[in-house]
Design a protein around this ligand. Sequence first.
Ligand SMILES: [Fe+2]
Length: 303
Amino acid sequence: MIRELAYLRVASPRHEDWVAYATEVLGCQLAPRGTDGSVRLRVDDAAHRITIAPGEEDAFEGAGWGFANETELAAYVERLRGAGLTVTEGTPEECADRAVAGMWWVTDPWGNRHEFVWGQHRHPGTFWPGRRISGFVSDDFGLGHIVLIAPSMAEADAFYGDLLGFTLSDRVNEEFMKVRFYHCNGRHHSLGVAEVPGTVGFNHLMLEVRDLDDVGTGYDLAREKGHPIVRALGRHTNDLMTSFYMSTPSSFQIEYGCGGLVVDDRTWVASTNDRPSLWGHELTDWGRHNPPGILNKFEAAAR
Ligand SMILES: [Fe+2]
């Protein structure tokens, strides 16, 4: 089964802007660039976990999902093929680019690419944050979480839950916002899916830091350096994360928080929350007047 969100890949015309943004605001470390000039970012001892490739428009290029080893990944690929999914093996060049030992990939019903990997390269003891923070909560918990936008929750749940095997953590069921959250390790969710009819998209990446002061100083720096705040500081009902949301140079948002809940599958029971936050997370004026992420009409997606 999937063990973690190993990495995220996006493309953007403003990929160069990530060098300053990621180090000075987020506290990531720069890794050596990709052969195509991609900016690559570290949050722990993994070689790199975030790739921003040069591109003509902002695009979600794919999520990498990590497996414990070659055997588990091979069994998973067989299971997906048995269920009728087309699973393609990554080329040696793709594996080298992602710094993994092996990779297979699929697309979801709306054209989003998901890569399944094992043997991600690590360089123990080499992570050094880009600004003075106490560090990221990552390693065995993976990079963080991503929230995708899909036109149909029923179809999304069939794909991500039944087929890919993510375990439901809980749901938020508001009149105007329906979201399902899934876990694959102790992190409350590594994947969220929000339903927006007719739309496929990538809403945000969550990065968890170790200390509330890291969140607060990140908030100050985002404002100081002109990265729009999308949602003010708040605390989520489900994963208890204290966080804020900012816009990145590439349309999608980063949720920057601390104190996320750790779940234990032996005791965890999925619930339904009628609101996403205990307090705060108020949408700013900027948030109200700009699209919530990288969005595409479903008709334009691959299928
Ligand atoms: Fe989030």
